[in-house]
Ligand binder design. Structure first.
Ligand SMILES: [Zn+2]
Length: 78
């Protein structure tokens, strides 16, 4: 069975992750040769957005579950 945010221990829940604010992917790549003063050179490997956020893995999973529910609602309403 797939793990959900509710299955995590507190320690796991608070583990920080970097994610893409644009597509919510965890596939964040870093190219330090591209880095500038205001930017570490990290970007999304999926959509190439440079709008990278950080949150706890639990918050990320909760948001992912919300997104999945929304996707399913859209499918059902067709
Ligand atoms: Zn992205």
């Amino acid at each position: 069975m797939r793990k959900t945010s509710r299955d995590l221990s507190d320690e796991e829940y608070n583990e920080p992750v970097y994610y893409c604010r644009s597509c919510h992917s965890l596939c964040i790549l870093v190219d330090e040769s591209l880095a500038t003063d205001g930017w570490d050179g990290d970007y999304c490997g999926d959509c190439h957005s440079t709008d990278i956020g950080v949150c706890s893995i639990g918050d990320w999973m909760a948001e992912e579950e919300r997104r999945e529910r929304k996707r399913k609602q859209i499918e059902w309403s067709r």
